[in-house]
Design a protein around this ligand. Structure first.
Ligand code: SF4
Length: 278
């Protein structure tokens, strides 16, 4: 079995943001078993090597930086691979302001290679800029994923967004259309409220406009990602776009990701407990 990537859900200690489009509120929680997670780490590494994965992604049902002991531990454990951490950036920005980036120092020492920030308002680039600059100095790449909803101004253009990105010193920029994932149970109050919000505030027209403007600027293809997304060099920034969510299932006949969930089991699909390998 081959897989392109190993994704690990950092045990959930909650989230300090309350995004109205939060996918975790639609996909539900899974009970943590930290003892099993620890016990299975050596086997997960063996399988990842055998499957020839080329990168490790740390994400979670909550905000990973609210569980720093596990986040640091996992970065260290998988430091033989390029390690990416997904975050909303709030705790890291506060730490930058109050403690001069003590947390990102620890993450850098642990072996982190890329921090991927999920933003939903254009002004957040300015809030995060001092931290992005500090991350670059520590050798950590910065990616901003801009979630496209009506929280963004309708008149926003791709060039304006790219300029914000460059001024903040982020090296990578993704546009993400907010969608309701496949295979979710929307019968609960919280899940159905999120789905209702996405239907009311998702802005496919703005996403299509931004992607259309991006494509007009994108002639230098850098690489193709799992799931077919293409990365382009636009004015020195690595730019891509996608309309799926990381907790969605895109592997129909091919294992693209191995997924270590916080219950300690290794899966091939986010949405199927039946996909557990061990
Ligand atoms: S930052 Fe992530 S986990 Fe937290 S509310 Fe937003 S989407 Fe959900």
């Amino acid at each position: 079995m081959r897989a392109q990537n190993l994704t690990i859900a950092v045990p959930d200690k909650g989230c300090d943001k309350n995004c109205p489009y939060c996918v975790s509120k639609m996909t539900g929680a899974i009970s943590a078993n930290e003892t099993l997670l620890l016990r299975n780490l050596p086997k997960v590494k063996s399988i990842a090597r055998a499957a020839q994965v080329t990168s490790v992604l740390l994400t979670g049902k909550g905000e990973p930086t609210l569980n720093l002991p596990w986040t640091e531990r996992l970065i260290e454990e998988f430091a033989e691979w390029p390690v990416e951490l997904q975050t909303n950036g709030l705790r890291l920005a506060a730490d930058m302001k109050n403690h001069n980036g003590a947390i990102i120092d620890k993450l850098a020492i642990a072996g982190l290679n890329l921090l991927a920030f999920s933003l939903d308002q254009i002004t957040q680039f300015d809030d995060m800029a001092p931290m992005f600059s500090a991350l670059r100095k520590r050798g950590i790449l910065v990616r901003v994923t801009l979630n496209v909803t009506d929280l963004l101004p309708a008149e926003l253009t791709f060039d304006e967004a790219l300029q914000r990105c460059k001024q903040s010193q982020a090296q990578q920029f993704s546009l993400r259309q907010i969608t309701i994932p496949n295979h979710v149970n929307l019968s609960g109050d919280e899940a159905s409220a999120v789905a209702t919000w996405i239907k009311a505030h998702g802005t496919p027209a703005l996403y299509d406009k931004l992607v259309g403007q991006m494509k007009e600027r994108s002639t230098h293809l850098l690489r193709e990602l799992p799931y077919g997304a293409k990365v382009y060099d636009v004015d020195g920034v690595a730019v891509t776009y996608f309309d799926y969510c990381v907790q969605d299932n895109h592997g129909d006949d091919d294992v693209r990701s191995l997924i270590l969930q916080e219950d300690g089991h290794l899966y091939t699909s986010w949405n199927s407990l039946a996909s557990a390998l061990f």
